[in-house]
Design a protein around this ligand. Structure first.
Ligand code: GLN
Length: 545
């Protein structure tokens, strides 16, 4: 396009959880469907350098990029919608901005000056955004600002975005504000006051939104649109309904039908046409399923569904491709432990475990630490013994090995040293390379690594390739001193990396589908293009229905 780079800024009002990430991804998708070169950035105003040290139960999944970044889960939404791999620089945190500025101050870059939020922090933010746009030669960069307008910590970021509009001009910047129109009474009247207040808050800091995407249960009524338009001083055709839909992949179409692309292209002075039929064909597969598939996810962070958002999306991708709606039952692994807080006697415990019977497949995702690990081991055992299709990811891969070593190979005290540092049989242990690591952020084995697949294996049947590349995030691994014993007992290791130093895949040839992966296949799964291990698992689960 070779025009000046364009920026679309997405801000949020009223409260969190309104689907700002999905609106940002949908807008980016529609622009990509106009043949524009588009990408997304997520701003996170917290002081953590990245999302790696945050608890998934409070902040959602840590999404890992190809280059090993530990990012906010919205980066996953962008990748899934745009079918692309983003660099970790696309997650801009206050921690990173502040530490850059402080490092430069120590290097003497600002000699003689008093270093301040404005202009030094704001300049650094603008520079980072422009650098991404320039280096990736983008036509449009969609920038989502985390948090809610009015938060103290997001102020420097909003100020930087305001300055960008001033410096780059109105035809190069476009502000979308995502708010809420709640319904409180039985009459079903959509309330506009929270939106009015939030637009006022945004205006107070100098930003007049160009478009509102209003989250609501049912489509905005004409009256609601008229009212919001009047009070927010935004034309009615720029007040859009972002109502509840059964699948997030329908949101681009919902916005498209309301004319969002015309409005944005006109404001940004771009002349291109979208062709959204191919995307809609994929999006439709999520709505037109012919039956359900019940899958149990047994994990540690199940109280917040966002903790495993890429895993559940990968299941949905595989389900939709095979015409099935995936119903996930989230099971706290502690429920599957004897004498945990959930069950006090043997019969209560076996009832809870028996519940696993009703699922077509059992998936164990990643996790850390000993809490709930015995319950995961019990779930691995249940799937193995009862021939239920099983997919174990990272921690799930490691604990499937522990289960097999204990119950098939007779090593009753086998464990991972993450759970029992002094175990007699450390079948999973701390990676030797990690021994020198003393700090926590960004120090695991992260990002993309090549994996060699063995011929004549289940893994080869799934991937149909000798070498695959997958993302990682772990400190522990299978201890190959136990390889011979375990393989003699029937578990096969069919994928390896780092010239055979790391084991990446396990399988049980005598089981309908028992597959464990040290890597995180979920991060590469896309709508219409499910990750093969997930697809294999879903296919096997369909057969088990
Ligand atoms: N806790 C395990 C490790 O560090 C597994 C990590 C994970 O599941 N992401 O190796």
């Amino acid at each position: 396009m070779a025009n000046s780079p364009k920026f679309i800024f997405i801000t949020g009002g009223v409260m969190s959880g309104l689907g700002k990430g999905v609106v940002a991804s949908s807008i980016a998708k529609l622009l990509q469907l106009c043949q524009l070169k588009v990408s997304c950035v997520k701003i996170d105003p917290y002081l953590n350098y990245d999302a790696g040290t945050m608890n998934p139960l409070t902040h959602g999944e840590v999404f890992v990029t190809d280059d090993g970044g530990e990012c906010d889960m919205d980066i996953g939404n962008y990748e899934r919608f745009l079918n692309t791999s983003l660099k970790s620089t696309h997650n801009l945190t206050a921690g990173r901005i502040f530490s850059n500025v402080i490092r430069l101050e120590r290097q003497g870059k600002y000699l003689g000056q008093c270093v301040q939020i404005i202009p030094h922090i704001t300049d650094e933010i603008k520079q980072e955004l422009r650098k991404i746009s320039r280096e990736e030669d983008l036509d449009v960069l969609v920038v989502e600002c985390g948090g809610t307008v009015g938060d103290i910590e997001s102020l420097p970021f909003l100020e930087a975005l305001r300055q960008m509009e001033l410096e780059d001009g109105h035809t190069n910047t476009f502000f979308v504000h995502v708010t809420l129109a709640p319904v409180l009474d039985a009459v079903g009247e959509q309330k506009t006051k929270p939106t009015q207040h939030s637009v006022q808050e945004l205006r107070r800091i100098g930003i007049q939104p160009d478009l509102l995407a209003v989250r609501c249960k049912t489509p905005l009524t004409r009256e609601t649109i008229r009212k919001i338009s009047l009070f927010a001083s935004i034309p009615t055709d720029c007040v859009m309904s972002s109502h509840d839909v059964p699948s997030i992949y329908s949101v681009p179409d919902i916005l498209y039908r309301q004319g969002i692309i015309e409005v944005i292209l006109k404001n940004l002075n771009l002349k291109v046409n979208p062709n959204i039929s191919k995307w809609n064909r994929i999006a439709k597969t999520y709505l037109e399923t012919n039956g359900i598939l019940k899958i149990a996810i047994v994990g540690k962070y199940v109280d917040l569904k966002d903790s495993y958002v890429s895993v559940s999306q990968a299941l949905l991708h595989a389900g939709a491709k095979h015409g099935k709606e995936i119903i996930i039952d989230w099971i706290d692994s502690e429920k599957l432990e004897k004498n945990s807080k959930y069950n006090t006697d043997e019969s209560e415990f076996s009832n809870l475990t028996k519940k696993l019977e009703q699922f077509a497949g059992i998936l164990v995702p990643g996790g850390f630490g000993s809490r709930g690990s015995q319950g995961i081991i019990n779930a691995c055992n249940y799937a193995r013994v009862n021939n239920i299709p099983f997919l174990g990811i990272c921690f799930g891969f490691q604990l499937a090995i522990v289960e097999f070593a204990r119950n098939v190979c007779g090593l009753t005290s086998a464990n991972s040293t993450e759970i029992a540092p002094d175990t007699d049989h450390p079948v999973v242990y701390y990676m030797p390379e990690q021994k020198h690591v003393k700090t926590m952020g960004g120090t695991m084995r992260l990002g993309l690594h090549d994996i060699n697949i063995k011929n004549d294996s289940g893994a080869m049947a799934i991937y149909k390739k000798k070498i695959i590349q997958k993302r990682h995030r772990h400190r522990y691994e299978f201890n190959q001193d136990y390889m011979k014993l375990i393989e003699e007992n029937g578990m096969k290791f069919t994928g390896s990396s780092d010239s055979g130093k790391r084991i990446e895949i396990l399988e049980l040839p005598d089981h309908p589908f028992y597959f464990g992966i040290q890597y995180h296949g979920e991060f590469h799964s896309r709508p219409g293009l499910p990750e093969p291990a997930f697809e294999g698992f879903v296919e096997a689960s369909i057969k088990n229905m």
